[in-house]
Write a protein of this length. Structure first.
Length: 211
């Protein structure tokens, strides 16, 4: 017994088991991300309320049993999708304003990225607002919505403070005002398409007033 515990091969075996577990976890996460892409496609076509786990499984080319192996229910799946999408959106905003110190350049780049996001990702943003509305009635979505809005608060707050000689608005107020403009322009674009240049100009005008 004591001889086995002191076996020099044991640490190596433990390392191999750990590496195997990490590879398995990475493979599982990659598959979940792949499912999320298919899920977003289905949700963008059907909307949250009209999409079932069976719809998502069929759209992903999976059996319902295989889908529930990765996600136990629709709420878990939607939460994962929203986190994944919004992480990318926030990352794009951060990249758009990083490296600039001149307020005008920050506002120009932020306005352009917000406009691009509407023209390129309109249906995904509509899904976000759908889920956010659902959170008013379904408490299971409230934690993820609060988490994402906190990140958006902080990200946009940093950008607005950097672009303002006066320190900018309080992050929550700045986010609320940008969100209001974003949603209005998004709805207008859904009804009567606006080109990216016009969207950028409108965002630029709104941002300038905020700072």
């Amino acid at each position: 017994m004591n001889q086995r515990l002191s076996d020099p091969d044991l640490p190596h075996s433990a390392t191999k088991l750990e590496e195997r577990a990490q590879r398995k976890a990475a493979k599982r996460e990659s598959k979940k991300a792949e499912i999320a892409v298919s899920t977003l496609d289905a949700l963008k076509r059907l909307g949250y309320a009209n999409t079932t786990m069976r719809d998502i499984a069929e759209h992903s080319g999976m059996s319902l049993g295989s889908l529930t192996y990765y996600f136990t229910d629709k709420v878990e799946l939607i939460t994962y999708c929203v986190r994944l999408y919004k992480a990318e959106f926030i990352g794009r905003i951060e990249s758009a304003v990083s490296g600039y110190t001149a307020p005008n350049r920050i506002l120009d780049s932020l306005a352009a990225e917000l406009a691009r996001s509407i023209t390129d990702d309109l249906s995904t943003h509509r899904l976000w607002y759908d889920i956010r509305s659902q959170a008013m009635f379904d408490p299971t979505f409230r934690p993820v919505v609060a988490e994402i809005e906190d990140k958006l608060n902080r990200t946009l707050g940093v950008a607005l403070r950097a672009a303002s000689s006066q320190g900018g608005l309080a992050p929550s107020l700045g986010y609320a005002m940008i969100d209001g403009v974003f949603r209005q322009l998004m709805q207008n674009t859904a009804e009567e398409p606006l080109d990216q240049a016009e969207l950028t100009a409108r965002f630029r005008q709104a941002l300038e007033r905020l700072v």
